[in-house]
Write a protein that binds this ligand. Structure first.
Ligand SMILES: Cc1ncc(COP(=O)(O)O)c(C=O)c1O
Length: 485
């Protein structure tokens, strides 16, 4: 295939060059109707390239196959049979995959370190999860994706499940053994979906953790806006093999997709594929060198989590070095305080922050200048740390205490008659909402699970320590929405 082509970008260029005059959406008509103050901030090109697909980028019957050609190029570039562009992030792509693999009422193995968008997919679809519990590391107080052994046990417990939804890499950059898990699934005729939202860059460098399609997954979801160079919401999901019929995937995804996809998102996906096909290896080589140098420079300032810390028996299978996780506990502060201080005082924004860590991602966009700013900012933080508020204790549950009983399917509990009770009275009650510390957005409790005291203690003490919990009806978790008796 000719990877120097970029069908969506070419269609945008054509549309603009030919001077089309649209009497169809978008109503701003390539910027003509946009308030100058909006143009002053966003620039005119954003609007000039915001073009409807049907009868805009392509003709009335899509006969130039602009989008499908771009998707075919993407599939070819990453070694999938098919690729599908999506304009609502992995949040939507993962739902399309769930409703393709399992029908309402059927069971699906789901790794419990799932993002809240997976839980939303289970609620909307009525698919029943059988949780596969991740590996808990008491020293680091975090979870790694499950390994093949945990998946075998889960398959034995629930042989009727349609497949497995595995989440890897985690927001902390830890990765599962996808190939071994794919074998476990396929030996039992189960479909493997991988939520690789954090792995859009993985296909383009063999020194990085395995890419799900190479490792034998049937379906895999990526957010190109996360570790790649797409604008926000850019997502691609991929298919290979014959366990999933492409027409069923297309039809189920069509149920959720917008009928007005953003040409801007599609154009970025198209351009990213061309860039990575042509230069991905070299760009990632540079990013990997840069991240190793940066880790070495950060080492004397703060505890940097290394591959050796997280990969090994009973831990993660692999590690993405581009996620630099820094443990700030020894500085006496929480990750929340560290992230806020860096933003307010250094204008340096980190991604994940939790009760003891922050994470900074390095991508192909970084260079010596950007990483030096990060290093300088962390040096300043280390110096200032003793003057910052001390980290408050967060009650981290013991491993077994994190495994709540699923008393009702998430959908039934979410839509059940519900009431709000004081957190203290919620113990033993069935949760009717999703409660996810964010990031990483993995629910501590979700609809249908039986609430326990350790989980309440974790959420309440976490909230007091600065944890952000956006999704429950009471974000302070003083009250919890539970199923009415
Ligand atoms: C593992 C995982 N899956 C899915 C998503 C949703 O991705 P998006 O923000 O692209 O919708 C996220 C977002 O953080 C995530 O971490």
């Amino acid at each position: 295939m000719d990877h120097s082509r970029a069908p969506v970008l070419e269609a945008i260029e054509n549309f603009r060059r030919r001077g089309h005059l649209p009497f169809i959406p978008p109503g701003h008509k390539q910027g003509r109707g946009v308030d100058q103050r909006v143009l002053d901030v966003l620039g005119p090109d954003v609007f000039a390239s915001d073009i409807i697909v049907l009868n805009g980028l392509d003709d009335r019957e899509m006969s130039n196959e602009v989008i499908s050609n771009a998707e075919d190029l993407m599939a070819d570039a990453v070694g999938a049979d098919r690729a599908y562009f999506s304009t609502c992030g992995s949040s939507l792509s993962v739902k399309s995959c769930i409703i393709t693999v399992a029908r309402p009422g059927e069971r699906l193995l789901v790794s419990r370190n799932a993002h809240k968008s997976v839980v939303a997919g289970l609620i909307i679809s009525g698919v029943h999860p059988v949780w596969v519990h991740p590996r808990w590391d008491p020293e680091w107080e975090w979870a790694y994706p499950p390994g093949p052994d945990e998946v075998v046990t889960a398959c034995e417990r629930a042989p009727d499940t349609r497949g497995l939804l595995l989440i890897t890499p985690t927001d902390y950059g830890t990765c599962a053994d996808i190939a071994a898990i794919a074998d476990v699934c396929h030996e039992r005729d189960k479909t493997l979906i991988v939520d690789e939202a954090w792995g859009a860059h993985l296909p383009f460098h063999d020194g990085l953790p395995a890419w799900a399609m190479d490792a034998g997954a049937d379906l895999c979801v990526t957010s190109v806006h996360k570790m790649g160079a797409g604008i926000e919401q850019s997502s691609v999901y991929h298919l290979q093999g014959d366990r999933v019929a492409p027409e069923v995937l297309a039809m189920r995804a069509d149920l959720l997709n917008t009928t007005s996809p953003s040409a801007l998102v599609y154009a970025c996906l198209d351009g990213w594929r061309r860039q990575m096909y042509e230069h991905g290896h070299e760009l990632l080589d540079r990013a990997i060198d840069l991240v190793h140098e940066t880790r070495a420079r950060l080492g004397p300032l703060v505890r940097v989590v290394s591959r050796e810390d997280v990969v090994g028996d009973g831990k993660a299978f692999d590690h993405d070095p581009l996620k630099i996780v820094m443990d700030v506990r020894e500085l006496g502060i929480s990750g929340y305080t560290a992230a806020e201080w860096l933003r307010d005082n250094q204008r340096v924004d980190v991604g994940l922050s939790d009760h003891r860590r922050i994470a900074a991602q390095i991508t192909i966009a970084d260079d010596d200048e950007t990483v030096s700013r990060l290093v300088d900012a962390i040096a300043a933080l280390a110096k200032e740390a003793e003057n910052l508020p001390r980290a408050r204790h967060v009650e981290i549950p013991d491993p077994g205490e994190l495994e709540l009983d699923q008393a009702m399917p998430p959908r039934d509990a979410f839509f059940a008659l519900a009431e709000h009770v004081d957190a203290a009275d919620a113990v033993g009650r069935i949760c009717a909402e999703t409660i996810s510390p964010y990031p990483p957005g993995v629910p501590a409790a979700l609809p249908g699970e039986v609430i326990t005291q350790p989980v309440i203690d974790y959420l309440r003490s976490g909230r007091e320590a600065g944890m952000y919990i956006p999704d429950p009806t009471d974000v302070d978790v003083q009250k919890i929405r539970v199923v009415k008796r």
